[in-house]
Each structure stands twice: as structure tokens, then as C-alpha cells.
Design a protein around this ligand. Structure first.
Ligand code: GLA
Length: 728
């Protein structure tokens, strides 16, 4: 059984794949964390609980000093009753009291995995998942906490979450609720997280822990380009293939906070959850609040092991789109090709070229609605701009379908322009503080997604468009962050609920659309990869990784993203050169190599392609069809790190059965008369021989892994190569 309870020792052990997680109900009825790491076969683990009598460590009257919660590793840390480290939660009652001291009451273990009302959640069949629910109760206030732990058979993943229930007779206010506390007895760890900016998402940063709290998060209303709701703690010396590393990814797309604290005794406390800044939730007697889920993993095989665990867990138990295991259509998006400057004729011309080149879908980006010829207007007016597209979408889509192409469309549902019919009709649907100057972003404002009527309006208007023509894909964008977060319909004392209610409203709209159009392919987006998080992947199987489409910049962006998120989720396109973000020119082949590592497509004006480029597109399209199953379902092996090796980047994708692999190589910086690079491959079967599909050369798997593969000597910056090998 993946979840066991030793009733004598009062120890819980969760076996997830080849990892184990253990904690105990100690004698004062607190939950004390014991272990997370490689699988343990024994329950003989009480010795890992090390209560110690320390000065200045308060304990409840009537108990012994070692009952202090300040000196041990906890499962869900309380506030105001002696644990001075960052709390898992803060609950305020009507008298203004905030101290809480929950104790273990009961637990149950059952087959399957419950969902989270209104929130993303991992899932699994009853036969492959098991869940442990633990009930904790604070007698004084009557507040109860249910801790959920779900384990998936064969996956090194544990999903945790928390429900808070007010079982008292008076209202309480949740000031903070973390999705999980994860404590470590040993503090010699390094903090790894992903940071960035618009056009530079998910760069990797790794720091030693300081004594005190290190935190990252978002206050922007969306998970953001700036920080990702993921962190890892690595033992010193951990690299791509060796060393122990713990990872946590939050299934949430709004304000989040990650706190890592090394305390006075070198214990490490971590919290991950909704950002408590400007958050508060009123909980009436009888009401419940669900905190978002978090997925945890641990690996003794370095960053790669952690990434493989996340990739498998996300692919198998989080993405639920109809498209999850299906090959995504190769698309051409007109944004960087035409920007706002298009009409039906232009789109058809692109579609004709697309069809001739084997591209499978045309995506019409921004500018098809209201009277939008630039970004100053029309958001919210989700009806066709007839001047550009006379007769609506139906005629255009029919023509495009006749060419054998699918059709996709861009929306930015959560936004509103001042110059829009929607704003003129419903000025109070905007997030704003009446009387205070608004902050604009790209000229636009944000809709109050916490309101049902706003979600209803968006649902109806998006459905009207989707029903008007054969639209098989949408790109769901969000091009600014939230400010003046206030709702016209919330009472003053509940305004701090709005940011979270916004996220719930955005999820609700996704849910309703997916219910009505289960086969619709939705690509997430927020000014590129500003909402690339595990929460979104419950609703969309792919996300536009970055507005920076420069192949060399993408090496870092896609590398950082791949620490957590599988290649099948990363939107990646071949775009024009000089690149519109960096002005760099990179060979067409290299742009293809980088884009083939994600969900593949083009973002340029196909009508302007030279014959040479057209030939290359045909080759890339063919490569996609031949090799995408390896990228989408295989294992990723990062052979070099673009953050530490500026000269070249190499990675592989290997099928699970090790019978085929792709090897991709990009030389970012050419060194005149430089060395010949050779890289040791990985993930192969040493006993098999592999044949290069293009040249027919054969190599032993063992030699490729032990002696390495010789990379070709390339002469210019930005050149690259891609190889396919098949076991013979
Ligand atoms: C965002 C997206 C782009 C494009 C534009 C359109 O920046 O990331 O891909 O859709 O909006 O305005």
C-alpha cells in the first residue's frame, strides 16, 4: 500500500514511486515531520523525531518543555503558540485573537484522489492513487484543518493541500493559508527558483540559505513573468545528474508566496501558497476554504531526476485536455507576421502558403474584434471587426478549412479597453478604486473576474464567436497585471478576497468553456509566459513560453521552464529575423531546432519566405511529424546548462523504451579555432546500437554514453544541428 499507518508508533509513511515521506503524531498530538527522500522499507523511524529542551522555546502549560513547536519539524505550522518560524496559517477571530494550536483528531486513508472545488487539482484512477486525510482541530476557536496527501502509484509525486473549516459559532478571518508546510531537520540546503521578466521568463537562480527568511512570490494578480510558483531545495553539490533535490510546484495562477527559512537550530521551514499580502477571507460558521494544491517531489538524481518526476506527474495526472496525448497541429500565428495590419485576403494568402508547406492551422492573433487597429481599444468587444473581415469569421474559416487548415483565434478575456462598448455599458465591471486614479497597462484595464455576471458575459460572448465558425483552438492572453484590486460589489471588509476570487473566476470561465467545447485546444499566454504555472496546465495543455522568440534567448527560457514543465507544454515557434525582440539573426535551421523542442509552429509572414526558407519549412514540418512523439512523450536530458555554458547548448529527448532519440545542438557563441566539443549522451540502452537516421552511421549506446558523441565543428554563431537516432 502506498500509504501506511503504524498505529503503535503512530507513524504515517507515504511511498510515492521510489520515494518515501514520513511523519508522526507525537505524544502531545502534534504532527511532526520525520523524513522525505528515497524509498524506505521500514517504519522504524521514531528516532528521527528529536524534541529538545531549548531556551526561549514556549510550550503549552501542562505539557513538558520539549512539547515546544519551535524546536521540531512540523507538518503544518501554527501561529502564536510558540512556533516563531513562518506560520502555515493565521486565523483571526471576532475578538481579534490570532493564536491557534491545532491538534491531531483523526485520519482516514482511501483509494482515489478528491478534486478541489473551483481549483485545479491532480487526478488519478482509484486503482492508481491513494489519499490520506488528517483532521486537526483548534479547540479554542473550533477551526478545523484537513490536510490532504495523495500518492500516485509509480510516480515520485505527492500532492498536498489544505481545507480550513469553521466549526465554531462565530465568523473567523483567514489572514494566511499556506498549501503546505515542508520542514527539514537538516538545513544545509540551497534555494533554487525561477525568476525573470517579460521576454526573459524562468531564468534559474540558486542561492545558499541564509539564517532568516528568503522569499519569492507574485503580487501581480497573475503568477507572473517575474517569479514562478515553484521552488527547489538542493543539497550542496547537487548538479544535473547527482545529489538530492526537493521540488514543489503550486497549482495556482494568482498571487503566491514561497518562504524558505533557516532557523536558529539550522532546521529549514518552507511554505508555499496564496500570497497573504492583501489577502483575507471571511469564513462564516459552517463554511470551508480550500487552499490550492501543491505537488512535491524529491530526487537523489539531481535536477534531471526532479524534472523527470514533475514531467511525468504533470503529463499523467494534471493535464486533462482532450489534446493531452494527441499530436498538436503545426500552426502559423500571424502576430509577428502582420501585427494589426491584416485583412481577410492577407490571411487567406498566408493560409494558402501554409497549406502548400504542410502547416496545419492558421491562428488569427490580436486585432480581429471591435474596431481594433492598435492596442488602444476594443478589449471586451468580442465581436468581429467587419471592416477587416467582411461577413464575419465564418466565410474566412470556411475558406481556410477548404485549404485543409484548421483555424484558431486569439482572445484576451480578462481585459477591457476604455474605448469599448463593454466599458461604456458596464464601467463598474473594472477592477478599480472609485475616485482614485487608475493604473493602466498597455492602455487597458482589468475586468472584475470575481463577479459572476462578468464571467457569464465572457462565456456568452466567447461562445457566440466559437459557434459562429469552425474554431478549433484559442490563444488565451492576459497582457497586464492587476492594480487597484477592488470590486464594486464587495463590501469594504471583504475587498481583500478579490484577488483570489479573480483567479477563481478565471478558472470558472475555463471550466465552463471546456465543458461546452471538450475538444477545444486552448493555449495559455500572458504577454508570453507570464502565467506559465502548474495551475493553468489543468485547463490548457500548452502555454506560449515567451514573447521572446529569439532562438538563442529561448535556450535559457526553455531550459529554465523545463526544470518543472514538460516539453509538450511549451509553445515554441520559428519567427522572422532579424528577431523582433533582440534584432539578432539566427539561421532558419537553428530556429527550427529550438522550436521543435516544444509545441511547434511559425510566427512570421509566410508570403515573404524565400525558396530556401520554404524548403526548410517543409523539412521542419516533416521532422515534426517524424519526431514529435519523442519530444511530447519522451524523457528530456539536458546535457549542458546555458546559464553556465555560454558557448553551446545540447539536449536530448529519448523515448521511454529507449529505442529512439533526438539530439539537438545549438552553438550560441562560436570560438575561432575553438575546441571540438564532445558530449556524453544519456538515457540510452548501453547494450543497443543506435543508427543516425540521416547518415546511417551506427554507434554503441554504451560508447555514446561513456565516450561521448562528437559534435560537428560549426563556423558561425547561432548555428546548430539536430540528429535522430533509432536503435537497430
Ligand atoms: C501578447 C502575446 C503575443 C501577442 C500579443 C497580441 O504579447 O504574448 O503573442 O498575442 O499579445 O497583442
Amino acid at each position: 500500500m502506498p500509504i501506511s499507518f503504524d498505529s503503535e508508533r503512530k507513524i504515517f509513511k507515504l511511498d510515492a514511486g521510489d520515494t518515501s515521506y514520513a511523519f508522526m503524531i507525537e505524544k502531545h498530538n502534534y504532527l511532526s515531520h520525520l523524513y522525505y527522500g528515497p524509498e524506505l522499507s521500514t517504519m522504524d523511524l521514531e528516532y528521527l523525531y528529536r524534541p529538545t529542551v531549548r531556551g526561549f522555546a514556549p510550550y503549552p502549560e501542562g505539557m513538558q518543555p520539549e512539547a515546544s513547536r519551535d524546536v521540531t519539524a512540523q507538518e503544518y505550522s501554527a501561529f502564536g503558540t510558540g512556533d516563531y518560524r513562518t506560520p502555515g496559517f493565521i486565523i483571526r477571530d471576532l475578538k481579534g485573537y490570532t493564536a491557534t494550536d491545532p491538534h491531531y483528531v483523526s485520519h482516514k486513508i482511501y483509494a482515489g484522489k478528491p478534486g478541489k472545488p473551483g481549483l485545479p487539482a491532480t487526478f488519478g484512477k482509484e486503482a492508481e492513487t491513494q489519499t490520506l486525510e488528517i483532521l486537526l482541530r483548534d479547540e479554542f476557536s473550533g477551526v478545523e484543518f484537513t490536510l490532504y496527501y495523495s500518492v500516485f502509484e509509480g510516480e515520485n509525486i505527492i500532492a498536498r493541500s489544505v481545507k480550513v473549516a469553521n466549526c465554531g459559532s462565530e465568523k473567523v478571518y483567514i489572514e494566511k493559508v499556506s498549501s503546505c508546510t515542508l520542514d527539514f531537520w537538516d538545513g544545509d540546503l540551497e534555494f533554487l527558483h525561477l525568476w525573470g521578466s517579460h521576454c526573459r521568463e524562468r531564468w534559474v537562480e540558486r542561492e545558499k540559505l541564509i539564517h532568516g527568511v528568503q522569499s519569492v512570490g507574485s503580487m501581480r494578480g497573475l503568477s507572473s513573468h517575474q517569479h514562478n510558483p515553484f521552488f527547489a531545495l538542493a543539497e550542496p553539490g547537487t548538479d544535473e545528474t547527482h545529489g538530492r533535490i526537493y521540488g514543489a510546484a503550486l497549482l495556482y495562477s494568482g498571487n503566491f508566496l514561497i518562504e524558505v527559512e533557516k532557523d536558529q537550530f539550522e532546521l529549514v521551514r518552507t511554505q508555499i501558497g496564496i500570497n497573504p499580502e492583501n489577502f483575507e477571507w471571511e469564513l462564516a460558521p459552517g463554511a470551508e476554504f480550500h487552499a490550492p494544491e501543491v505537488i512535491l517531489t524529491v530526487s537523489d538524481k539531481g535536477l534531471r531526476g526532479m524534472s523527470h518526476n514533475f514531467h511525468n506527474g504533470i503529463r499523467n495526472h494534471l493535464i486533462r485536455s482532450w489534446w493531452k496525448d494527441r499530436k498538436r497541429p503545426i500552426l502559423v500565428n500571424n502576430w509577428e507576421g502582420t501585427y494589426f495590419n491584416f485583412n481577410a485576403e492577407k490571411l487567406l494568402n498566408i493560409a494558402r502558403d501554409a497549406a502548400a508547406l504542410g502547416i496545419e492551422m492558421l491562428v488569427l492573433d490580436d486585432g480581429w474584434f471591435g474596431h481594433r487597429n492598435d492596442d488602444s481599444n476594443s478589449l471586451g468587444d468580442w465581436f468581429v471587426f467587419e471592416e477587416k473581415l467582411p461577413g464575419g469569421l465564418n466565410n474566412l474559416v470556411k475558406e481556410i478549412n477548404k485549404l485543409g487548415l484548421k483555424f484558431g483565434l486569439w482572445f484576451e478575456p480578462e481585459m477591457i479597453s476604455k474605448d469599448s462598448e463593454l466599458y461604456r455599458k458596464h464601467p463598474d465591471w473594472v477592477l478599480e478604486i472609485p475616485g482614485r486614479t487608475r493604473s493602466l497597462g498597455r492602455w487597458q484595464m482589468v475586468l472584475d473576474m470575481s463577479r459572476d455576471e462578468v464571467v457569464d458575459y465572457l462565456f456568452d460572448s466567447i461562445c457566440a464567436i466559437l459557434d459562429s465558425a469552425n474554431i478549433e483552438y484559442i490563444k488565451w492572453d492576459a497582457n497586464r497585471h492587476l492594480t487597484e484590486v477592488a470590486s464594486a460589489v464587495m463590501p469594504p471588509e471583504r475587498q481583500k478576497e478579490v484577488s483570489h476570487r479573480y483567479v477563481l473566476g478565471m478558472y470558472r470561465l475555463h471550466e465552463r468553456l471546456l465543458e461546452r467545447y471538450p475538444k477545444l485546444l486552448i493555449e495559455g499566454c500572458s504577454g508570453g509566459g507570464g502565467r506559465f504555472d502548474a495551475g493553468m496546465l489543468y485547463y490548457v495543455p500548452q502555454i506560449w513560453t515567451s514573447d521572446d522568440s529569439d532562438a538563442i534567448e529561448r535556450l535559457k527560457i526553455q531550459y529554465g521552464t523545463s526544470l518543472v514543465y514538460p516539453c509538450s507544454t511549451m509553445g515554441a515557434h520559428v519567427s522572422d529575423c532579424p528577431n523582433h525582440q533582440t534584432a539578432r539573426s539566427t539561421p532558419f535551421e537553428t530556429r527550427g531546432i529550438v522550436a521543435l523542442s516544444g509545441t511547434f509552429g511559425y510566427e512570421l509572414d509566410l508570403n515573404k519566405m524565400t525558396q530556401e526558407e520554404r524548403d526548410l519549412i517543409k523539412k521542419q514540418v516533416a521532422d515534426y511529424h517524424k519526431y514529435n512523439h519523442i519530444v511530447a512523450n519522451g524523457d528530456l536530458y539536458r546535457l549542458t546548462d546555458p546559464f553556465t555554458e555560454p558557448r553551446y547548448t545540447v539536449w536530448m529527448q529519448v523515448t521511454k523504451d529507449k529505442s529512439e532519440f533526438l539530439l539537438s545542438y545549438v552553438q550560441s557563441r562560436m570560438i575561432p579555432h575553438g575546441p571540438l566539443y564532445s558530449v556524453r549522451l544519456d538515457g540510452l540502452d548501453p547494450a543497443r546500437r543506435y543508427r543516425n537516421s540521416e547518415t546511417g552511421e551506427e554507434f554503441s549506446g554504451e560508447a555514446l554514453m561513456k565516450a561521448g558523441f562528437m559534435l560537428p565543428h560549426l563556423f558561425t554563431d547561432g548555428t546548430g544541428a539536430i540528429y535522430h537516432f533509432q536503435a537497430v
